[in-house]
Every structure is written in C-alpha cells, then in structure tokens.
Design a protein around this ligand. Structure first.
Ligand code: PRP
Ligand code: URA
Length: 213
C-alpha cells in the first residue's frame, strides 16, 4: 500500500484493519456491514480528532485538586456524503456527541462518473466549526472533491475528510484539488476498474449498508 501521499493518514490500527477485512467480505450481511462501518468510524474518529486543542482546568476530586485537561471549546460538525456516509455518523457521534450534523447529497452518474449534487444542509454556524466530512469510499475522488468545494464556500474553521477505503487515483485527484484538506483512510487499494469501482474494495457501499443490492 502506498502510504506516502502528503496530508494523507493511513489508519493502520489492528482493530481497524481487522474490521475492514470483515467489511470487504462479500458474505458479510447488511446488518453486520452497518455495524462494522459504524465501529470503524468510531475508531477512525479517535485518530482524526487527535489534534484537538486542550486547555488546563482545575477539578476537585474526592481526594484533592487536580490540574487536568479538557478540549478547548472547539465546535465540531460531521458531514456525511449521502447516502453511504450516513453509515458513519452514529460511530462519530459516539465519541463527539456535541457535534452538529450537516448533510451533502451527491451521487455518481453511472455513465460519466461525475458527482451530481441534490442536497446540501449545513449547520448555520459552520463558520465557527471544524468539519469532518465522512464517506466510506473515495474512488475517482469526484464526490469528495465536490463536497469539500461546497463546504469551503461556507468558510468553516477547518475541514478534514475521512473515508474507509480509497483508490490511489482518487487520493491523487483529491490532493491536487484540495491540498489543504487532511485525508484519513483505513485502506488505499490497488486501482479503479472500468466502472469506477475500487479494486478489490468492497463493492457498492451504499447498497451494502442499505440492502439495496
Ligand atoms: C459512492 C460513495 C461515494 C462515491 C465515491 O456513492 O459513497 O460518495 O460513490 O465515488 P467517487 O469518488 O468516484 O465520486 P454513490 O454515488 O454510489 O451514491 P450512494 O452513496 O447514494 O449509493
Ligand atoms: N462507490 C462505492 O460504493 N464503491 C466503489 O468501489 C466506488 C464508488
């Protein structure tokens, strides 16, 4: 796996890698697939929030005063790319329950593989928020690039992009379009096939999450 892309973090934690392997298996049921996507999102969120700033506070324990750290009041927003990104939301808010949730509706045109926009609803105070966009798949990169471009127009504090499986072609296109946006991925696969699917990938993430195969 090429892990040398600039601004791309490969989440190589054994728990994540194990769960991604189960996710790829064509025999994994929709129920288990949904559960795994959510669990992987939680584990990846742990890594993607590693740089949140802390501030020192004083807390009275039953034994004495402790100088200890809390997150320094950063506001977060999680923005799933519909549909498949929805599968990652519960896993994210398990760790960051105060996050607001925006939604971006995009689907890939099957012929052109270009993203088609159909919905965008973001928190009204997005300018004060650090945004994490989530989508299990980064294939050609078109959907992720478009989602970031839409959100950039609303001037959030920062943007990160988190996906479970990516293709080298999509990573390269994304870095070229948005070199300032960090990417977190659990796998960088071999290539895309002639239909724009990631090889070996896991198939169509939306269909596997929602049982619409
Ligand atoms: C999938 C996936 C990404 C997109 C990735 O969504 O969830 O959003 O494809 O492909 P790209 O990098 O080439 O743009 P899809 O268009 O199948 O829509 P769905 O989630 O509604 O099924
Ligand atoms: N979207 C998916 O769901 N899977 C792929 O392999 C590519 C795009």
């Amino acid at each position: 796996m090429n892990t040398e892309f600039k601004n791309v973090t490969w989440i190589d934690h054994p728990l994540v890698q194990h769960k991604v392997s189960l996710l790829r298996d064509e025999n994994t049921s929709s129920k288990d697939f949904r559960q795994l996507v959510s669990e992987i999102a939680t584990l990846m969120c742990f890594e993607a929030t590693r740089d949140l700033p802390l501030k020192e506070v004083e807390v009275k324990t039953p034994v004495g005063m402790a100088n200890t750290n809390i997150i320094a009041g950063r506001k977060l927003a999680v923005v799933p790319i519909l549909r498949a990104g929805l599968g990652m939301v519960d896993g994210m808010v398990a760790l960051i329950p105060g996050a607001r949730i925006g939604h971006i509706g995009l689907y890939r045109d099957h012929e052109t593989l270009q993203p088609v926009e159909y919905y965008c609803k973001l928190p009204h105070d997005i300018e004060e928020r650090d945004v994490i966009i989530v989508d299990p798949m980064l294939a050609t990169g078109g959907s992720a690039i478009d989602a970031v471009s839409q959100i950039k127009k609303r001037n959030p504090r920062s943007i990160k992009f988190m996906c479970i499986i990516s293709a080298p072609e999509g990573i390269k296109a994304f870095i070229e379009a948005h070199p300032d946006v960090p990417v977190y991925t659990a796998a960088i696969d071999k290539c895309l096939n002639e239909h724009g699917y990631i090889v070996p990938g896991l198939g169509d993430a939306g269909d596997r999450i929602f049982g619409t195969l």
